[in-house]
Design a protein around this ligand. Structure first.
Ligand code: NAP
Ligand code: MG
Length: 500
C-alpha cells in the first residue's frame, strides 16, 4: 500500500515533507529512533481509508528505554531539575510560539489523521493548544507552598510543592494535539518529565509537536513520545515501576484496567473518562439558541466528544417543536472530508464507524422512534449521518441511552417537572458534563447544583478554557485537568518542620 493524500488537500510543504517520510520514529531521550523490534503500524486518513504512513510501534523495550531516559532527565542534579522556574516558563512559552509559527502544518496533520474539518483544527484546536502552553508557562513561577500556623512552640512548618517525577500521558484520538497539550503543558510546568503515548489512530501531530519541543530546547529525556498500541505500549507504561504517575484520557473501560494495573506499584493515576451528558431545555429558554446549542453539543466533532450532549431532555410543552427544529437543523449539517467546507468530518476509523452504526441499528430495532439519519454516508471514508432518536422515560435503560456512543447520535426525551428531570439526568454511571437552557437564572443555578457533573454549561455548551478546571464525577473519572487544579494533579506536597 502506498501513501495517498486526499485530492482536495492542498498541503503546506512542511506537511508534505513530514508525510513523505512515510515511516515515523519514536522520541526517546532527545533522539528519534525506530522501535527496537522494528515494528510499525499503519496510519490512515478516515476521510478516505487511504494510508498516511507508518508509525513505530513501541514495545516493552522501548518503554523501558523511555522510562530510563525520563528518569535520568529527572535525576536530582540534572539540567531539568536545576533549571529555574522562570526558564521552564520560557521554554513552555517558546513551544507556544513554535506551535503558532507552525499552526498550518499542525492543523493539517490533525485533519489528515483524525478527519476533522481543517477550519476546526486551525481556528479551534491549535489556538487552544497555544493558549494551554502559554497559560502553564505563567504557572511555573507561581507554584507555591504555604506556612501552616502549627501550634508547636518554636517551630516553623512550611510546605513545598514538588514534581512527581516521570509522568506517562496516555491520550485518545478525538482531539489529538489538544489532548497532548492538556497533559504536557501542566506536567512540564510542574517540573516533571513526560512520556506521551498518543492514540494509535492519530499519532502524527504529536510527533511533529515532539520535534517542536526538541527545537524549543527541552533537555533530552524531558519529553519522550512513544507511538504504539494500547497493548503493549500503553500497558507497559502503566506497569513500569519507574513511572510515577499515569494521566489517562480515554474510555471508562480502559480507565478501570489502568487503575487496577497501576495499583501493583501504587503508581498515581488520574482519569478523564467517558460521558453520557444530559442537556436540558426548559420551555422558557431562548429556543433558537437552545436548538442550535443542542445541535452542536452532540454533533460537534462528529459526536466524538467526551462531553457530547447525547441525552437531550426537553420540557414537554416545547418538546415537539424542539424535535422538529433539531431534525431540520441536523439536515443542514454538511458532513464531508476536512478539506471541504464541511461542518463535521468522518468518525475516526472503520471500527468506530461500525460501533456507531451498531448502536443505531440497535436503537431502530428497540422500537424507539428515529427522526433523521441512521446510516453511513457514501462508500469511501467513515462518514455517518447525524442521527436523532426520541423516546420516553421507559427507554432510559436502553443501551443506546445508557452507553457512550462517541458518534453523531442523540436521543431526545420529554420531561414534565423538576424532580423528574433531575432524577433522570443523573440516572447514569457517568458525570462528565451537562447543559441547561433557560431564561430563569435561579432555576439554572439550582439545576447546576443538582446535576452530578464535573462541568455544567448554562445557555451554552462545550466552552473550554485553559484557566477552567475540567474532569468527571462518578465513572467519568477523577482528577481535574486545566486551571490551577492541574497543578495539584502533577505535584506532591512535602511538609518541612524546623525547630528553632
Ligand atoms: P481508549 O480506547 O480508552 O484509548 C485511549 C488511550 O489508551 C489510547 O492511547 C489507547 O491506545 C490507550 N490504551 C488502550 N488500552 C490500553 C491499556 N490496556 N493500557 C494502557 N493504555 C491503553 O479510548 P479511545 O477510543 O481512544 O477514546 C475515546 C474515549 O475517550 C471515549 O470514551 C471518550 O469519552 C474518552 N475521552 C474522554 C475525555 C475526557 O476528558 N474525559 C476526553 C476525550 C475522550 P490505542 O490507541 O492503541 O488503543
Ligand atoms: Mg488516523
Amino acid at each position: 500500500m502506498t501513501i495517498k493524500i486526499h485530492e482536495a488537500a492542498s498541503l503546506h510543504e512542511n506537511t508534505l515533507s513530514f508525510i513523505h517520510r512515510e515511516r515515523h520514529k519514536l522520541l526517546i531521550g532527545g533522539v528519534w529512533v525506530e522501535a527496537r523490534s522494528g515494528e510499525t503500524f499503519e496510519v490512515f486518513d478516515p476521510a478516505t481509508g487511504d494510508l498516511l504512513g507508518h508509525a513505530a510501534a513501541a514495545g516493552e523495550e522501548d518503554v523501558a528505554m523511555a522510562v530510563a531516559a525520563a528518569r535520568a532527565a529527572f535525576a536530582p542534579d540534572s539540567e531539568w531539575r536545576r533549571m529555574t522556574p522562570q526558564k521552564r516558563g520560557e521554554l513552555l512559552w517558546k513551544v507556544a510560539d513554535l506551535i503558532e509559527a507552525n499552526a498550518r502544518e499542525l492543523a493539517e496533520l490533525d485533519t489528515l489523521d483524525n478527519g476533522k474539518p481543517y477550519r476546526n483544527s486551525l481556528y479551534g484546536d491549535v489556538p487552544q493548544v497555544v493558549a494551554h502552553f502559554r497559560y502553564y508557562a505563567g504557572w511555573t513561577t507561581k507554584i507555591e507552598g504555604s506556612v501552616p500556623p502549627v501550634s508547636v512552640p518554636n517551630t516553623l512548618n512550611y510546605t513545598r510543592r514538588e514534581p512527581l517525577g516521570v509522568c506517562a500521558l496516555i491520550i485518545p484520538w478525538n482531539f489529538p494535539l489538544l489532548m497532548a497539550a492538556w497533559k504536557l503543558a501542566p506536567a512540564l510546568a510542574c517540573g516533571n518529565t513526560a512520556i506521551l503515548k498518543p492514540a494509535e489512530q492519530t499519532p502524527l501531530a504529536a510527533l511533529r509537536l515532539g520535534e517542536l519541543m526538541v527545537e524549543a530546547g527541552f533537555p533530552a529525556g524531558v519529553v519522550n513520545i512513544l507511538t504504539g498500541l494500547g497493548v503493549p505500549a500503553g500497558s507497559a507504561l502503566v506497569d513500569h515501576p519507574g513511572v510515577d504517575k499515569v494521566s489517562f484520557t480515554g474510555s471508562t473501560e480502559v480507565g478501570k484496567l489502568i487503575m487496577r494495573n497501576a495499583s501493583n506499584n501504587l503508581t498515581k493515576v488520574s482519569l478523564e473518562l467517558g460521558g453520557k451528558s444530559p442537556n436540558v431545555v426548559f420551555k422558557d429558554a431562548d429556543m433558537g439558541k437552545a436548538v442550535k446549542g443542542a445541535l452542536w453539543a452532540v454533533f460537534g466533532n462528529t459526536g466524538q466528544m467526551c462531553t457530547a450532549g447525547s441525552r437531550l431532555f426537553v420540557e414537554r410543552p416545547v418538546y415537539e417543536q424542539v424535535v422538529e427544529q433539531l431534525s431540520e437543523a441536523a439536515g443542514g449539517i454538511r458532513v464531508g472530508h476536512g478539506w471541504d467546507k464541511s461542518h463535521i468530518g468522518p468518525v475516526v476509523s472503520q471500527e468506530q464507524m461500525e460501533r456507531v452504526l451498531g448502536y443505531i441499528d440497535e436503537g431502530r430495532s428497540s422500537g424507539i422512534e428515529m427522526h433523521r439519519g441512521g446510516g453511513r454516508l457514501g462508500e469511501r471514508g467513515y462518514f455517518v449521518e447525524p442521527t436523532i432518536f426520541s423516546h420516553d422515560a421507559s427507554g432510559d435503560d436502553l443501551r443506546l441511552i445508557r452507553e457512550e456512543i462517541f458518534g453523531p447520535v442523540v436521543a431526545v426525551t420529554p420531561f414534565d417537572d423538576w424532580e423528574e428531570v433531575v432524577q433522570r439526568a443523573n440516572h447514569t454511571e457517568y458525570g462528565l458534563a451537562a447543559g441547561i437552557w433557560t431564561s430563569d437564572l435561579s432555576k439554572a443555578h439550582r439545576l447546576a447544583e443538582a446535576l452530578q457533573a464535573g462541568t455544567v454549561w448554562v445557555n451554552a455548551y462545550n466552552l473550554f478554557d485553559a484557566a477552567s478546571p475540567f474532569g468527571g464525577y462518578k465513572s467519568s473519572g477523577f482528577g481535574r485537568e486545566m486551571g490551577k487544579e492541574a497543578i495539584d494533579l502533577y505535584t506532591q506536597v512535602k511538609s518541612v518542620w524546623v525547630s528553632y
